[in-house]
Design a protein around this ligand. Structure first.
Ligand code: ADP
Length: 363
């Protein structure tokens, strides 16, 4: 049961705090993705698991063993990096076997493990090739093979696909997910790409400025972001975030006003005359052809139309440019740049956040 537990784990370089108190668990057998903008501390977190960075304070446990002072080689983890770091003068087979040779396994066992990994990764026919005769995807597979033969309890991936082109990235992503399920090994995967995180993770931990903002299943985070950061980070195009205020039992801004639905009354009790951020995803906005008074309607002018194929994204400027909205609409009846348009926001898909704390208010 290789679970990983962070208890008050912090990391400083000198006086600079890089990771503030981390408290979370990566469960045995799950693929946990650490995602967040560049510099938020994802790699540092991963490297602390690997033992490549000291922990300033707190406790890190792998398989219920405190590993703060345990050497990387004794942690039963294997790491795959962005750079493949293959030895150019060695064949694929020798590259995969290298770590095992260092550990002085006998030749027969090494051959067995290398053949097994090559089989899993579709490298059997390439074992005698040198890395320069491989494609980027094949090289990354060799790097995976090197980690695989060690049969670790935990796989650590540090942006392993960043060097590949978009198509190959999608393919390798699926392969890694399949491999992880097949081997049933705990895995931690670092990426700055939220699409990669959403598609790959059993669970995702969204990080910002050295802190975990939210941990959960991808869809749970997408549907119930805990704060404005997670709301704006997951999803392409991102969620629209509009400034509104609560006044006279209404939620309003310069563009629309809506009566507060009874289900929200209790949650908004203390927000009279306060500012809120109203979030709505582009796919929860439709063209409004009717005038039912219970909805949220916005009028604006189309600034940009992006045709995606079966859908279009329209960027709408409202209230003389003070508010902007992006809507994803079906591609029939495509409106034109400069057109005036009336849109309806799906009231059942609205997110509300306290403008001061940026925390979610309604559920
Ligand atoms: P991410 O992986 O999310 O891009 P990192 O974990 O690599 O972020 O880095 C987190 C922060 O720690 C960054 O601001 C980075 O500049 C800083 N940092 C990383 N390594 C060192 C170091 N050896 N000394 C000082 N600061 C560092």
């Amino acid at each position: 049961m290789a679970n990983i537990i962070f208890e008050n784990v912090a990391k400083k370089y000198g006086d600079t705090s890089i990771i503030k108190e981390l408290n979370f668990e990566i469960k045995a057998h799950e693929l946990m993705v650490l995602v967040g903008p560049s510099g938020c501390g994802k790699s540092t977190t991963l490297r602390m698991i690997a033992g490549l960075e000291d922990i300033t304070h707190g406790e890190l446990r792998i398989k219920d063993r405190i590993v703060n002072k345990v050497e990387p080689k004794d942690r039963d983890v294997a790491m795959v990096f962005q750079s493949y770091a293959l030895y150019p003068h060695m064949t694929v087979g020798e590259n995969i076997a290298f770590g095992l040779r260092i550990r002085k396994l006998n030749a027969e066992k090494i051959n067995e493990l290398v053949s097994e990994a090559a089989e899993v990764l579709g490298l059997t026919d390439l074992l005698d090739r040198k890395p320069k005769a491989l494609s980027g995807g094949q090289r990354q597979r060799v790097a995976l093979g090197r980690a695989l033969v060690r049969k670790p309890s935990v796989f650590l991936f540090d942006e392993p696909l960043s060097n590949l082109d978009a198509e190959l990235r999608v393919q390798m992503r699926a392969e890694i997910a399949r491999l992880q399920k097949r081997l049933n090994t705990t895995a931690v995967y670092v990426t700055h790409d939220q699409v990669e995180a959403m598609t790959l993770g059993d669970r995702i931990a969204v990080m910002n400025k050295g802190e975990i903002m939210q941990v959960g299943a991808p869809l749970d985070l997408y549907e119930k972001p805990k704060n404005v950061f997670v709301a704006g980070f997951l999803g392409t195009p991102p969620m629209n975030l509009l400034n509104v205020r609560v006044e006279d039992n209404q939620i309003k801004n310069g563009v629309f006003s809506m009566a507060i639905p009874s289900a929200w009354q209790a949650a908004l009790e203390n927000f009279e005359n306060k500012k809120l951020i109203l979030g709505v995803r582009p796919e929860h906005i439709t063209g409004a052809n009717h005038g039912d008074s219970s909805g949220i309607y916005c009028k604006g002018q189309i600034e940009i139309v992006e045709t995606l194929g079966h859908e279009v994204l329209i960027h709408v400027s409202m209230n003389e440019g003070k508010e902007k909205l992006v809507a994803k609409l079906p591609a029939h009846d495509i409106p034109k740049m400069g057109d005036n348009i009336k849109l309806e926001l799906d009231v059942n898909a609205i997110h509300l956040f306290d403008a001061e704390t940026e925390e979610r208010i309604i559920n």
